[in-house]
Design a protein around this ligand. Sequence first.
Ligand SMILES: C[S@@+](CC[C@H](N)C(=O)[O-])C[C@H]1O[C@@H](n2cnc3c(N)ncnc32)[C@H](O)[C@@H]1O
Length: 335
Amino acid sequence: MNGGDGYHSYVKNSSYQRGILETSNAIIEEEIAKKLDISTSTFCIADFGCSTGSNSFPAMHTIIEAVKQKYESSDLKTPEFYVCFNDSVSNDFNTLFNSLPSDRSYEASTVPGDFHLRLLPPSSVHFAYSSWALQWLSEVPKAAEGLKSSIWSGGEGKEVYAAYLGQFERDMESFLKSRAVEMVKDGIVALLIPALPAYWDPQKEFTIGTLADLLRSSLLDMAKKGRLCKAKSETFNFPCYIPTSEELIPILQKNNSFSIERMEILKTRTLLTVDGHVAALRAVKQNILTHEFGDKIIDETFNLLKKKLQSSHAYANASNDRTIVVVVILKRNDV
Ligand SMILES: C[S@@+](CC[C@H](N)C(=O)[O-])C[C@H]1O[C@@H](n2cnc3c(N)ncnc32)[C@H](O)[C@@H]1O
């Protein structure tokens, strides 16, 4: 269970992430021009956690055009392109296929399944891409189950925080281990991972993490009003972890199969209003909440969240958002 379905309608109707995608696409173009060193007649790209395609299609276009240019400048024949779109089995792949760009220059296929596991044949992928998906964990960490605390709240939440960080580390390792088998030597990986700064002032600023905390606090308020089971709301946690860039770097360095070619930290600049934040969070979290608590509580919970955002100074100004995105370019070492 994850935030795929609602996310599609959300990104379709908003400019959320657009600026970041433009900047990260420029980084990918530069790195392909400088670092791509593969001569092949069929070039396979895989997008891990593609959702229903709205953001994936422009990214795939950017990658393919950059590879074409690189081949042309090296006097190589343009390869045939194949794109494997991956997401969880519950993703709406019909919508993805129905909205594939008609002018695309690639054959498309889908690979439903958990990207923490092996999904594609050995040495078959030349370029792997994953955007805003690796923050989703394979499960709520066992050590955090039943603990009455959320991850961002500090204090008694430290134990939960450590359990989440450990799970994120294990999941990143599984993701990279699987991709290491699937990728050809010198294959390139581009990852866009939402992240937190090492420090921010919660009185004046906010992040994607504090937003999730406020949603959790809205659930607790619902329990106080008798609208939810108290015990269930107290121990509920999302299978999601947003690392700091300081946490992310050693996790990436630990994997010996890939070298880190480039890492850039981008400000998200989503510039969302309170209504925008509520819509964004609802798009990615509603499915999980419905699954856990039923659909009758959804409107009321998000109305409580809206009130909390409206009464906080931090959310009064969109520029107080300190969420960052880490763009990482990796290269597959010797197989
Ligand atoms: C926030 S959306 C990002 C979609 C798109 N990549 C983008 O940049 O807009 C995260 C996507 O990752 C998918 N996802 C999360 N965990 C996954 C997993 N273990 N395996 C495959 N897909 C996963 C979700 O289903 C969802 O579609």
